[in-house]
Ligand binder design. Structure first.
Ligand SMILES: Cc1cc2nc3c(=O)[nH]c(=O)nc-3n(C[C@H](O)[C@H](O)[C@H](O)COP(=O)(O)OP(=O)(O)OC[C@H]3O[C@@H](n4cnc5c(N)ncnc54)[C@H](O)[C@@H]3O)c2cc1C
Length: 408
């Protein structure tokens, strides 16, 4: 049996290891921390669940196959989660005024008729420039920008249009190999359920998981996959593959903070998935998830998760709990018009947690792709094509095929 080592037991490392083990590899996973799951985890408390990071994943064919393979019945989102809000003086399902909507549709249609070359993002173009060019300023400011900041944690004036929109625009029509999006899904007990089932399945397949490990690439024989954050991958490869490490060190990271707050009474003025907050208003929060309107049967009382941070707001993590809660109280009144006192809270601070999907990352990935990685070295993670779990999974499934093609 062919041996392979995977460094990092976050979602990327675990899901890739599953596919490798299923393809007949003898897999060893080396994890620096005392537990598997990386960013993902669920705090179960007397009020319900609080997700540390991801609260769900997009339901693609790859995601459904993963849940099936690990024996987990997915929990789908409630009907109420279909309603989404963007803040413009108040939460609105559609944040553009009538005249702006007419201009937005006109500009979009005009640009669509000018062909794919014009519509596609240009090299090193920011999402904001693409937006102004294709859909106009108001739609960029009040739809594109808050939407992307909700996923990538950063404002559109630096995000790379081609990294983010390229795969969507260039997707072939009716290509069955591409994931079909069918809402979102999680485990009945939250995202930790996904990690627990993955870990159990890996152990069943004979995968060895080494926790609290400080393994060095040089110490490992056979192919190695480094499945950590970009920053950790750069550290790991410094002594063995200095050129790759130097490229990875150019990837900037952003810090995020996720705060789940519990209330005795549900706010029912704006029931839905949540509310995105455009940077325009100068508020600290990037968005709010209304957990109790997203998944059923998990919370004993109403809860919301507030997301803060971004590459230029790393200092937000230095705020004390009291300062964070004061900010939420002020911004909750401004956004939702609600003054209720909270029952309890959970704060998760993630320093340098996610890659900044900026134009610099676009250039770095081009550099990395133009250079063949040394024989036997593979990279996997959320900086290589998608920050979300469904994208990581899709890439991991392809990578496992490639590795199996080379070594089995
Ligand atoms: C607040 C927040 C909300 C999010 N919401 C969503 C969402 O709703 N949906 C979604 O799809 N995605 C979401 N994401 C993104 C998603 O959670 C992450 O992109 C994903 O979990 C990253 O997984 P990973 O395995 O690539 O990295 P990580 O989870 O960072 O795992 C990397 C692992 O490598 C280990 N490691 C590091 N260095 C070493 C070393 N030297 N040796 C051994 N091990 C090492 C780390 O300890 C860690 O366990 C969210 C992220 C955040 C922060």
């Amino acid at each position: 049996m062919k041996k392979i080592s995977v460094i990092g037991a976050g979602f990327a490392g675990l899901s890739l290891s599953l596919r490798l083990a299923q393809k007949g590899f003898e897999v060893d996973i080396y994890e620096q921390g005392p537990r598997v799951g990386g960013l993902i985890g669920t705090d179960k408390n007397q009020f319900g669940l609080a997700e540390q990071a991801a609260n769900s994943m997009i339901r693609t064919a790859h995601a459904e196959a993963l849940f099936k393979d690990i024996g987990l019945t997915p929990l789908s989102a409630l009907e109420s989660s279909k309603k989404r809000f963007i803040f413009r003086e108040k939460p609105r399902p559609w944040p553009l005024y009538f005249s702006e909507t007419v201009k937005f549709i006109g500009k979009l249609l005009f640009n669509l008729t000018r062909g794919k070359k014009n519509f596609s993002p240009r090299e090193n173009e920011t999402l904001q420039s693409w937006g102004y060019r294709i859909i106009g300023a108001p739609a960029t400011q009040f739809i594109l920008s808050p939407g992307m900041q909700g996923i990538y944690g950063n404002a559109t004036d630096e995000l790379s249009a081609s990294l983010i929109l390229g795969p969507l625009i260039n997707r072939k029509k009716k290509d069955k190999s591409q994931p079909q999006y069918k809402g979102i899904m999680t485990g009945p007990e939250g995202m930790q359920d996904v990690i627990d089932h993955l870990e159990a399945k890996l152990k069943e397949l004979g995968v060895r998981i080494h926790l609290n490990s400080n393994v060095k690439v040089k110490e490992l024989s056979g192919p190695v996959v480094v499945a950590t954050s970009a920053q950790s991958a750069s550290e790991i490869l410094k002594s063995s593959h200095a050129d790759v490490a130097a490229k990875l060190s150019r990837i900037q990271m952003s810090s995020l903070m996720s705060v789940t707050v519990y209330f005795a009474k549900a706010q029912n003025t704006y029931p839905g998935f949540g509310c995105l907050i455009p940077r325009y208003y100068g508020l600290k929060a990037l968005g709010i998830l209304m957990n109790s309107y997203i998944f059923a049967g998990r919370d004993k009382t109403y809860s919301e998760t507030w997301i803060f941070g971004g590459a230029h707001d790393n200092s937000i993590l230095d705020m004390s709990d009291a300062e964070v809660l004061k900010t939420i109280a002020t911004e909750r009144f401004r956004v939702l018009g609600n003054k209720e006192t909270l029952l309890d809270y959970r704060i998760f601070r993630w320093r340098n947690a996610l890659p900044f999907y900026n134009v610099e990352l676009e250039k770095t990935l081009k550099d990395l792709n133009s250079q063949e990685l040394p024989e036997g070295l593979f990279l996997h993670g959320n900086y290589l094509g998608g920050i979300g779990l469904s994208k990581i999974l899709e890439r991991g499934d392809k990578l496992a095929e490639e590795i199996a093609g080379r070594y089995v």
